[in-house]
Design a protein around this ligand. Structure first.
Ligand SMILES: Nc1ncnc2c1ncn2[C@@H]1O[C@H](COP(=O)(O)OP(=O)(O)OP(=O)(O)O)[C@@H](O)[C@H]1O
Ligand SMILES: [Mg+2]
Length: 264
């Protein structure tokens, strides 16, 4: 469903700070696949997600989704069928809008809306039902502004907004990294059940190798803009955190000292 073919992205071309963030990356995702993307700082993980979502256009190569070449499709058009959750809980929701207004934006994105002002009673019921799934009591606070929510609550809401219209693809960029451990765990559990139930093809960037191994059916490891490991099936089932570290060191020629990847 997603076909990334030899995508290259160079930043600050022709300057002393020139940096090849993606070096001919190719990656194909199947329907419903849940893939973890791991790798050290600056290895190109966010740039890969930014090229898929249209924040950046590739310098060369192509990105296809369900056969359609979306390499140069503007970000706002892609957002109708690609859901995203970023690291920063403040990014995904509008703080001065209520929970139900935030949900309405996500709900009506990509649909032609009848121009009646306000939400219908049916909308509210659908939202309430969906919010209840988060198990955070937000279904009783629908008129509260998103700005009143904790980081974890906002991130759970953003996740719900990203998946409620069943996107073709879900992109998660360290979406639990800014949360305290117990909240992170809760949001990860929600992620896991949403992805499983809705069968949405998902790329999840994480620094936590344990989470990656536990949750995902495939592990992609990046280093200096390249994919240095792509493990699925039996190969993935046999991986452990220690083996992943070993493979990273073997394939990057670097030790993993002091890297956030070790914070598993
Ligand atoms: N907008 C930009 N302008 C210039 N350089 C950039 C830009 N975005 C990323 N880079 C550079 O591209 C490289 C890859 O960055 P990227 O953010 O994709 O890494 P990452 O794997 O997500 O790292 P982290 O784990 O720290 O989030 C880095 O060297 C980074 O400095
Ligand atoms: Mg990043």
């Amino acid at each position: 469903m997603l076909e990334i073919n030899r995508v290259k992205k160079v930043f600050l071309k022709g300057t002393v700070n020139e940096r090849t963030a993606l070096d001919n990356v190719s990656l194909t995702l199947k329907e419903g696949e849940f893939v973890a993307v791991i790798g050290g700082n600056g290895s190109g993980k966010s740039t890969l997600l930014n090229c898929i979502s249209g924040v950046h256009f590739p310098d060369s190569g192509s990105i296809k989704l369900d056969g359609e070449d979306i390499s140069f499709l503007p970000e706002y058009k892609r957002s109708k069928f690609i859901g995203r959750v970023f690291q920063d809980p403040l990014k995904g929701t509008a703080f001065d809008m209520s929970i139900e207004e935030n949900l309405a934006i996500a709900w009506y994105k990509g649909r032609s809306r009848n121009l009646k002002p306000g939400l219908t009673r049916k909308d509210i019921e659908v939202f309430r039902e969906k919010l209840a799934r988060l198990d955070l009591g937000l279904e009783n606070r629908m008129k509260d502004k998103a700005g009143l929510l904790s980081g974890g609550q906002r991130q759970a809401l953003t996740l719900l907004m990203a998946i409620m219209v069943r996107p073709k693809l879900l992109l998660l960029d360290e979406h639990t990294a800014a949360l305290d451990p117990s909240t992170a765990k809760k949001v990860l559990q929600l992620t896991r059940s949403f992805v499983k139930e809705e069968k949405i093809a998902t790329l999840m960037v994480t620094h936590n190798m344990k989470d990656a191994l536990e949750m995902c059916s495939r592990i992609v490891m990046m280093h200096e803009g390249r994919i240095v490991l792509d493990a699925s099936g039996e190969e993935k089932e046999n991986l452990t955190v220690d083996k992943l570290i070993e493979k990273f060191e073997e394939r990057s020629g670097q030790t993993l000292d002091n890297d956030r990847m070790l914070l598993a």
